[in-house]
Design a protein around this ligand. Structure first.
Ligand code: DOR
Ligand code: ZN
Length: 432
């Protein structure tokens, strides 16, 4: 009897340099070599095929903040940028710190997300981390060592408690490390000076020193080389806005460049890029705010920039400019996040999740109008990037030439998950 096959990606240039046909059956790669007999074939000759990206740091918002983003708009934005798994952050309003709100969040995602998802849980003093872990929290955090939008910074004692409890659960803490100073926050230059690279690097060191129980740590959005160096054997993440944007590119009063940690001067950015090999994960810290919110006076304007859709496209162009190898792009956008989180990997081997982005040669100029986030703007306006023409998730085409088709998104719970998926409810972020 002939082996089953649902889809073939033909003439795929593998990272090894070999060209092969990838046959897919029931959501997984079933053969790499000559194509199996199959009703659906996508010819990838001349294209770049990448495993679907896992964006470990996405603020999907929803609920009272659905005017900025919700599961439907954020997940479409992810897919259109070649991201097939998003990891949602818990600084929602209200914060995701009770088992009930966690389970409700999973139900909201299941009703409305177009892409696969995992959900992190947050922390406030007295919250039951163990219950959140059993409900399926992927990781704890981002844990705020310093205040940011919609998040208070934890005290040293609180931080010590989280690290020790999560260590006993065998979980992962993802850390927002910063050490903000006091003073007027009037423009991007003062924002950078008030939340300086040295403070971030010192905060990384302090969190590691506090971690005497050896909790597994992942440092989010490192904005300078010293922070990366201070991370020891913890994993570290960097964002496209810290790697590809510099302070000098913005008018100092432009709140669109306001983000925590801040966008740094060009010299700092360059040193961060020079540590690319040591950076484990590229993640977007997709933090959608509307332009109306950003137009407030500088000190009131929220911090954060949208970026889930532009992350892989910008990085692929960076790679095509010979700044980084393609294998490292695949590693940091897909393999490493899967390994760190325990998500089944996507890729080119038999048994891998059949999630792929197919990218044409050549690039385009980024224009906010072509993006799908409800934020409706991008800090990368005018940059060159290569967007996928086709995105495959679980062996199904979910995005093609600008059109979305519903696939079968799944929830990836964390390792502590016990029990069944929550029942469907009338989640408030539900979309058609
Ligand atoms: O700039 C930021 N915005 N940094 C964060 O850590 C949070 C984020 C947000 O949620 O808007
Ligand atoms: Zn953060």
């Amino acid at each position: 009897m002939a082996a089953g096959c649902d889809l073939v990606l033909s003439n795929v240039l593998l990272p090894s340099g070999r060209v092969a046909d990838i046959s897919v059956f029931r959501g997984k790669v079933c053969h790499v070599g000559a194509a199996r007999a199959c009703p659906e074939i996508i010819d990838c000759r001349g294209m770049t095929v990448l495993p679907g990206a896992v964006d470990m740091h996405v603020h999907m918002r929803g609920r009272d903040q659905r005017h900025k983003e919700d599961w439907a708009s954020g997940s479409m934005s992810a897919l259109a940028g070649g991201v097939t798994v998003v990891v949602d952050q818990p600084n929602t309003v209200p914060p995701l710190v009770t088992p009930e709100s966690f389970t409700r969040r999973v139900a909201e995602a299941r009703e409305a997300s177009w892409c696969h998802y995992a959900i992190n849980a947050g922390f406030i003093p007295g919250c039951d981390l163990s219950a959140l872990w059993r409900r399926g929290a992927m990781a704890f955090g981002e844990i705020f060592a310093a205040a940011s939008s919609y998040a208070e910074g934890l005290t040293v004692a609180e931080l010590g408690d989280v690290l020790s409890t999560v260590s006993s659960l065998g979980g992962l803490c993802t850390i927002h490390a910063e050490e903000p100073g006091a003073g007027p926050d009037t423009d991007l230059t003062s924002h950078h000076a008030l939340r300086p690279p040295e403070g971030e690097a010192a905060s990384v060191r302090r969190v590691r020193d506090l971690n005497d129980r050896g909790c597994r740590l992942h440092f989010c959005h490192m904005s300078c080389a010293e922070s990366v160096s201070n991370a020891g054997n913890s994993t570290v993440e960097a964002t496209p806005h810290h790697l590809f944007l510099s302070l000098e590119e913005f008018d100092p009063s432009d709140t669109r460049g306001k983000v925590n940690p801040p966008i740094r001067p060009e010299a700092v950015r360059r040193r961060l890029v020079s540590l690319w090999d040591r950076i484990d994960v590229l993640a977007s810290d997709h933090a959608p705010h509307t332009l109306a919110e950003k137009r407030q006076p500088f000190d009131n304007a929220p911090s954060g920039v949208p970026g889930v859709e532009t992350m892989v496209p910008l990085a692929l162009t960076f790679c095509r400019e010979k700044k980084i190898p393609l294998a490292s792009l695949i590693e940091k956008t897909s393999q490493m996040p899967c390994e760190i989180l325990g998500i089944p990997r996507a890729g080119f081997q038999v048994g891998d999740r059949a999630d792929f982005g197919v990218y044409p040669q050549g690039d385009v100029t980024i224009d906010a109008d072509m993006l799908h986030s409800r934020a409706a703007w991008t800090p990368f306006e005018g940059k060159r990037a290569a967007f996928p023409v086709t995105v495959i998730m679980g062996g199904e085409v979910v995005f093609s030439d600008g059109t979305f088709s519903p696939g079968h998104p799944v929830w990836f719970p964390g390792r502590g998950f016990i029990g069944e998926e929550p029942p469907r409810n009338n989640a408030d972020t539900a979309q058609p």
